[in-house]
Ligand binder design. Structure first.
Ligand code: ZN
Length: 294
């Protein structure tokens, strides 16, 4: 099914500037609907999901990338995990937290995330040990923090724009992201011109609702470019009954007993997608007896 969410990566013919651009409206709305996030939490989560799925363009088969942001603010940890196939999932610690707007139409993501902490990027490369990069948070607004990360940790000077437009009813009206990244030896003049056109173009959540190739043409001006990647992107969780059953077998007797006594059943809630897996007392017992015999 085509959700309309897509990302593109282009590079100019002289290989000086790499531009990545994504429309993530449907996937951010799915995350919001599944987790019941407040407008401020939706904006923070949507920015992180968008950034992670875009960073996922660098992944090879079976690799994943995790973006983890914790600034000590009321939202708690903001986490997003992207796979190489263009899927992403994520959550915020306290989805109900909502702050007053900084000014009309401007959600206070920085205030909700906080700045007393770090942005971490964990690249899980399966066979090799994971690469972990971390930088102190600059503003908690996520885009600025990620630009700082790219520049400091990966030595790629970058302009990062991430945006989530929340409708008055609380749903997502538009979401997207844009990275402009300078390759080694990039021409300063060209870079400045591209950045200027990006800033002039307006909010990214609005821009990505149109045709993305046309948007790239507008940003690149008369500089010729090639499209390197084009990929549909989706919200998708990796949880399954099988995985949850193995959690049930690994829980302590005490935790199981507590849950069964208070609720008459065992409920396992997936943070990433909001799915609730329910096991009756009998099902729980059978699962755990089965595990004991192995
Ligand atoms: Zn899940």
């Amino acid at each position: 099914m085509d959700s309309g969410d897509i990302m593109l990566r282009v590079m100019d013919r002289d290989r000086m500037i790499r531009v990545s651009i994504a429309r993530t409206t449907a996937l951010v709305e799915e995350a919001r609907a599944r987790q019941g996030t407040s407008p401020t939490a939706t904006a923070a989560l949507g920015r992180a999901l968008t950034a992670a799925v875009m960073m996922g363009l660098d992944l090879k088969d079976d690799e994943s990338i995790t973006l983890r942001i914790n600034g000590g603010g009321p939202l708690g940890t903001v986490l997003a995990v992207a796979e190489s196939d263009g899927t992403v999932r994520g959550y915020v610690g306290n989805p109900a937290v909502d702050l007053p707007e900084k000014y009309r139409g401007k959600l206070d993501v920085g205030g909700a995330v906080g700045t007393d902490g770090f942005l971490e990027v964990i690249r899980d490369m399966r066979l090799r040990s994971p690469f972990i990069g971390r930088v102190p948070l600059q503003s908690g607004e996520i885009a600025e923090d990620l630009a700082y990360y790219f520049t400091l940790s990966e030595q790629i000077p970058s302009l990062v724009s991430l945006g989530v437009l929340i409708e008055p009813a609380g749903n997502v009206g538009g979401a997207g992201g844009l990275f402009v990244q300078a390759m080694p030896g990039a021409d300063d003049e060209l870079l400045r011109a591209v950045e200027e056109r990006v800033l002039e173009a307006g909010p990214i959540s609005n821009l990505v609702q149109g045709d993305l190739v046309e948007l790239v043409e507008r940003i690149m001006g008369d500089t010729p470019f090639d499209i390197l990647d084009r990929k549909e992107v989706y919200f998708r969780c990796r949880c399954s009954l099988n995985k949850v059953e193995s959690i049930v077998t690994a829980l302590s007797d005490e935790d199981i007993q507590k849950a069964l006594e208070s609720q008459g059943r065992l409920e396992i809630h997936c943070n990433f997608c909001g799915e609730v897996y329910t096991f009756s007392e009998d099902e729980t017992r059978l699962l755990r007896e089965g595990a004991d015999q192995e």
